[in-house]
Structures are given as C-alpha cells and as structure tokens.
Write a protein that binds this ligand. Structure first.
Ligand code: PLP
Length: 459
C-alpha cells in the first residue's frame, strides 16, 4: 500500500524499535521521531508532507549531487542484476573503471582500496602505517599524529585519533600509539601572530610534538584539509607548505582525511588538499564518493606506499592482510562513476565555487546585522558561522541557544547543522553544506531562514 497512508504505523515502529544516531531518545516518548520520506534536488519531505530545504546534504554533508538522481539509481540497478557482489581478492568491472576515473582526478596517487565507511577507510590507512613500521623500521615508527578538533570516525581505532574530547568522553580506553597536535584555528589563537605567520607557527607546533616524541617513532600525520565537525576550520595561509616540509624532513607519511571535503565539496578542485598544493601519501574519502546512493569509501595511496606491500615476494607477510567484506559490493563504484560524471557534466565544481563565494558573502552580510556571529569560515559549499555571546571576549553562546537556532530553522523548513555542540567553553558553529547544485535562490532561502532564526533567538 501507500507508505504515506500508513505513516502512523511507521512512526510507531520507529519509536518502538529504531535506535537513532546522535540523539537522546527521551523526547520521542511524547514527540514523534522525524521520518524523511522523499527527496528531490535540494529538498526533502517528512512524514507530515512538510517540505524542507536541505542545507546539510542529508544531515551530514553527503548527498552532494542532490536527491532523485535516476541515472545513479539505474546504474546501481543494472549492476546489481549483472553482479551484486564478489570479494576475496577478485576485482569487478565498476571497481576497476571507478578506480581509473578517481585516480585521474588525483595526480600523484595511484591505488584505490575499497571499504564502506569513512571510519573504516581511515582504519585501513592506520593499519598500513603500522605494517610499514613493522616492515621497514622494526616496529618503531608506529605513532600516528592527529590534530585537536579533527575527527576521523566512530570506531575505537579512529576515536584514538579523535580530536574532539566530548565525542570521546565515556568511550575509553583507546588504542595506544596516537598522539595529539594543536589545532590551527586562528580565530581562537594559541599564538600571538596572524596570517601566514600564524599558519607557520601552527605547523611548527606539529614539529615540536614530533621532536618530543622522537621522529624515529612517528609514522604518519593524519589531518582533515578543512576541519569539518570540529568547527569548519580553514587552514591559515602558510600552514600546509610547512606541514608538507615537516613530513618530508622526518620521513612521516601524510594522510589526508577527505571524508567530508572530498569529491567536490570545496569547489574548483575534486579534493580539499588540492587547494593547498599538498602531496599526500594517503587520501581517505567516503561521504561524497557516491553522494550516499550507495555505501562506498576509499583509502587511496600513492605508488610509494603501495610498493612497500609488494616489493618482497619472499616475505609471507609482505602484503596487506586485510579485507572489507562490503568492499566487494559493486553498487558503490557503479554509483560513484555516475556521481563523478554528473559533477563533470553539470559543471558542479565551478558551481560550488561560485555559490560558495555567494553564500560566504551572504553570511558575512548576516554577520554585519547580527553581532552574535563571531566569524564566518569555509571553502566552497562548506561553510560555518561561529556564534559568540560577545565579539571581544569570543565567549561562545550557550549550546541551548545554538540548538534553538537550528530548531527555529527546522520549523521554517530549513535544515541546517551545528558543530561542537557540547565542548565546554568552546564554540558553537552553525554549519552549512548544501548540495553542489545549489542556486542563488536556494542560498537566499537558507540565509533568510537563518536571519529570522537569529533575530528570534538573540533579539
Ligand atoms: N572523517 C571525517 C572528517 C568525518 O567527518 C567523518 C564522519 O562524519 C568520518 C571520518 C567518519 O566517517 P563514517 O561516519 O562514514 O565512518
């Protein structure tokens, strides 16, 4: 029957049996959980038939090409009928073709390892680093550096590299061998410098950690190109060249986590790191790879890394002894091929840059009107507006107020996000990542909702 006619049953079933991500369930005893029923372009409809403009691409920055893409659905359908799955050392047609396509967008990189979540892709890179340490350095160069405020996933391994304390609270103990380096958010400066000098200082802080740990114990540095959930933190000028230099100096592999930034989100380039001239050894990606139409993630390496897993045929351990069961699903690469084709054919990298610049201007205009916006940051259609009670002291607004802005927008039919909700004394950053197909009208609608919400919540 018609799902919508039975929607009360769906809501009851959900309330009784679904454990939702990221939420305390008490309010569902009286209020209804939200069910998203349908989507088209930038818009979704909920169980009440209410239309929402989606400024966060499926909640967590994923549906980059928008909803209702029949060609992706058709490609998945055709592939599933031909061959849905095979794993255990065999390849597949879409896997090979998508790998070739992907590598053509990533000069310097050469190999694609398929998995099914961002966390898992990062775990693969961590395991490769560890294996290289054993193979090349007698197990000594095993430490993996990660940055305060960065996030790399929900597993115990990736949480061991987790830079957001409130996400890690109550889940320890974590895995050993992960070491934290300072964040690079100039707005909340740790050094009395600005611009390029600030960026160099933030990178030099990484070198200090390396020297304190001992460079011969540090195998890799894992960073987000633009920190996402940690507050939409764009790197200061001067940061990346110095980071690259430091990695080369101490023979440290550079792992870029593109789970959010990858595949067009930041505009102009396919990947975030490509804005900064970075030459990584590992690039991990997930959300935008197939825009959420299928679960697919990739751990991409350069040939230098790959070669270390095949250069010694006499050693029975000299290959990557790892599998991801659902890395053998063919729907993922079949969908990803179409996803990339859509971005190319519709000029979405260019649109993302243009609309991202427009949205940045509109948000800055809002900041002129609402003193509660302390800073607007971002790259492409990946933007954040940090909320402060006082611009001079940069005291963050109470978490409840930031959530009230999100709720007010939701009531208006505009879905936005907020990061860093519960880091005490830290920031609350409204977060925007609309689909790469956004138009000026879409952005105007989103920004108008935020304008009204800020007016109501902060007066
Ligand atoms: N890395 C970054 C930067 C992320 O933002 C996320 C998820 O939000 C992950 C990794 C983990 O990806 P997944 O949830 O697919 O495991």
């Amino acid at each position: 029957g018609n799902l919508l006619n039975d929607i009360d049953k769906v809501v009851d079933a959900d309330r009784a049996h679904v454990w939702h991500h990221l939420i305390q369930h008490q309010p569902f005893q009286t209020g209804a959980p939200r069910i998203i029923v349908e989507g088209k372009g930038m818009r979704v409809w909920d169980q009440h038939g209410k239309e929402h403009i989606d400024a966060v691409s499926g909640g967590v920055w994923t549906v980059n090409v928008g909803y209702g893409r029949e060609r992706i659905a058709n490609a998945i359908r055709d592939q599933l009928i031909k061959l849905p799955y095979f794993a255990g050392s065999a390849g597949s047609i879409p896997g090979a073709l998508f790998s070739e396509k992907l590598i053509s967008k990533m000069p310097g990189m050469s190999r694609v390892y398929f998995t099914n979540s961002g966390s898992e892709a990062n775990e693969k890179a961590f395991k490769m680093v560890r294996q290289i340490a054993h193979k090349r350095y007698g197990g000594k160069k095993y430490k993996i550096l990660y940055r305060e405020r960065d996030y790399h996933g929900s597993t115990i391994g990736t949480m061991s590299a987790g830079g957001q304390d409130e996400r890690n609270a109550q889940y320890g103990p974590f895995a050993p061998g992960f070491v934290r380096v300072p964040h690079c958010l100039e707005y909340r400066a740790q050094w009395d410098l600005t611009g390029e000098e600030y960026g160099i200082a933030a990178a030099n802080a990484i070198e200090e950690v390396i020297l304190a740990e001992g460079p011969d114990t540090v195998g890799a540095l894992c960073l987000e190109p633009v920190t996402a959930g940690g507050g939409v933190i764009t790197p200061p000028e001067g940061y990346w060249p110095r980071v690259q230099e430091i990695c080369r100096k101490y023979d440290i592999l550079l792992h870029i986590d593109e789970v959010v930034c990858g595949v067009g989100r930041t505009g102009t380039h396919w990947f975030g790191y490509q804005h900064y001239g970075v030459e990584p050894d590992f690039v991990t990606m997930a959300k935008g790879v197939a825009s959420g139409y299928a679960a697919i993630a990739c751990c991409v390496t350069n040939e230098k890394v790959f070669d270390m897993f095949k250069d010694d045929i006499e050693d029975p351990l000299n290959y990557f002894r790892d599998i991801s069961t659902f890395g053998g699903c063919t729907a993922g690469p079949a969908a990803a091929l179409e996803n990339v084709a859509i971005i190319e054919e519709e000029g979405l990298l260019e649109n993302t840059t243009q609309m991202g610049d427009y949205m940045m201007d509109q948000l800055n205009a809002l900041a002129d009107k609402h003193a509660v916006i302390g800073q607007v940051r971002g790259k492409g259609l990946f933007l954040g507006a940090e909320l402060v009670s006082d611009r001079a002291s940069k005291e963050p607004v109470p978490e409840k107020q930031a959530q009230a802005v999100v709720a007010d927008c939701m009531a208006q039919g505009t879905i936005i996000g907020v990061t860093n909700r519960s880091i005490p004394g830290f920031n609350n950053t409204l977060c925007f990542s609309p689909a790469l197909i956004s138009t000026k009208d879409d952005i105007d609608q989103i920004v108008a909702s935020v304008d009204e919400a800020l007016g109501r919540v902060f007066g």
